[in-house]
Write a protein that binds this ligand. Structure first.
Ligand code: NAP
Length: 267
C-alpha cells in the first residue's frame, strides 16, 4: 500500500483526506492518506527521518510549516524557488523534492475560468502565502500584476518588483481580474468583504480563494454586478490532484474529481 499524508499543526479540520481518498477510490489506487499533526518545528527533522523509514511517497504541507520545511529538502522546484514556500514534497529514493501545487491549482483555476491573462491587469488583495503563489502564476500567464496591502510601504519593501497599492488607490483602479487572497469573508465571519461592491464593478473577472462559504460576500457583489466569478474550491481540489500526479507519475481528470467532490462539500 502506498502512503501519503498531510503535515501541519492543529489540522483536524482538514478536507485533504476526503479529497485524496476520493482520488484513490476513483482511480483504484491502493493507498492511505494520513494526518500528521506536528506540535513544533523542532520535531521536524526526526519526523521526516521516520517517514523515510516508513517508505512514505508524498507529503502535503500546510500552516505553519510551508517555509520551515525547506531547510530539510534536497531539491527545490522552480516555482518553490520563486514563491519561497512548498505545500507538496515527493520522497524519491531517500531524497525530498519540494513543489508548490497551490501554484498549479491557480493555473488550473485560470483555465477553468477561461481567462486570457496575457498583458492584462490582475490585482491581488493581500500579501500572504496564497498571494505569493498567485503572483507567480499570474506572471507566468503573462499578466501585469498589482498587489493591494493595508501596509503599502512594508509590502513594497518585500515585493520589490511588483507595484503595491493601498486600498484607497484601489478605488481608482480598474483591471481584468481581481483576486481575494485575504481571509476576509471566511466562515464563520461571512458578512464581510475585503472591498465594497463599487470596486468590483471595475473588473471583468473575480476570483475568491476562499471556498467556505461557497459564495462569499465578495462573490455576491460580483454576481450582483454580472461579473464572471469563481471561488477557491477548484484551486483547493487542483492542488491536491496535482500532488497526486507528482507522487504517482500519472495524469488525472481534474474536472471529474471536482464534479465528484463538489456535492460532498456543499451539500
Ligand atoms: P495569510 O498568509 O494569512 O495572508 C493573508 C493576507 O491577507 C495578509 O498577508 C494580509 O495582507 C491580508 N489580511 C490579513 N488579515 C486581513 C484583514 N483583517 N483585512 C484585510 N486584509 C487582511 O493567508 P494565506 O495563507 O495567504 O491565505 C489567504 C486566503 O486564501 C485564506 O482565506 C485561505 O483560506 C485562502 N487559500 C485558499 C487556497 C485554496 O486552495 N483555495 C489555498 C491557500 C489559501 P496585508 O497585511 O498586506 O494587507
Amino acid at each position: 500500500m502506498k502512503k501519503f499524508g498531510l503535515l501541519g499543526k492543529n489540522i483536524s479540520y482538514t478536507f485533504s483526506p476526503t479529497l485524496h481518498n476520493k482520488i484513490f477510490k476513483l482511480y483504484d489506487i491502493d493507498a492511505q492518506y494520513e494526518i500528521y499533526d506536528l506540535k513544533d518545528e523542532s520535531l521536524m527533522k526526526d519526523f521526516l527521518k521516520d517517514l523515510k523509514q516508513k517508505s512514505i511517497l508524498g507529503l502535503n504541507v500546510t500552516i505553519p510549516y510551508k517555509t520551515t520545511i525547506l531547510k530539510f529538502v534536497d531539491t527545490i522546484s522552480p516555482e518553490v524557488q520563486s514563491i519561497g514556500a512548498t505545500n507538496c514534497i515527493k520522497f524519491e529514493n531517500g531524497r525530498l523534492i519540494a513543489y508548490n501545487t497551490d501554484y498549479f491549482g491557480l493555473i488550473k483555476t485560470f483555465e477553468k475560468m477561461d481567462l486570457n491573462l496575457k498583458n492584462k491587469k490582475a490585482v491581488i488583495l493581500g500579501t500572504g502565502g496564497a498571494a505569493k503563489a498567485a503572483i507567480k502564476a499570474l506572471l507566468d500567464c503573462g499578466a501585469i500584476v498589482f498587489i493591494v496591502s493595508r501596509d503599502k510601504i512594508k509590502a513594497q519593501s518585500e515585493f520589490k518588483d511588483i507595484p503595491v497599492i493601498s486600498y484607497d488607490e484601489l478605488s481608482k483602479t480598474s483591471g481584468y481580474l481581481l483576486i481575494n487572497a485575504t481571509p476576509i469573508g471566511t466562515n464563520p465571519n461571512i458578512n464581510v468583504s475585503p472591498v465594497n461592491e463599487s470596486i468590483i464593478q471595475n473588473f471583468d473577472f473575480v476570483l475568491d480563494l476562499i471556498y467556505n462559504p461557497q459564495e462569499t460576500l465578495f462573490l455576491k457583489f460580483a454576481k450582483n454586478r454580472g461579473k464572471n466569478f469563481e471561488n477557491g474550491l477548484y484551486m483547493l481540489i487542483s492542488q491536491g490532484v496535482k500532488s497526486e500526479e507528482i507522487w504517482n507519475e500519472k495524469e488525472f481528470n481534474y474536472e471529474k474529481i471536482y464534479d465528484e467532490l463538489i456535492n460532498t462539500i456543499y451539500k
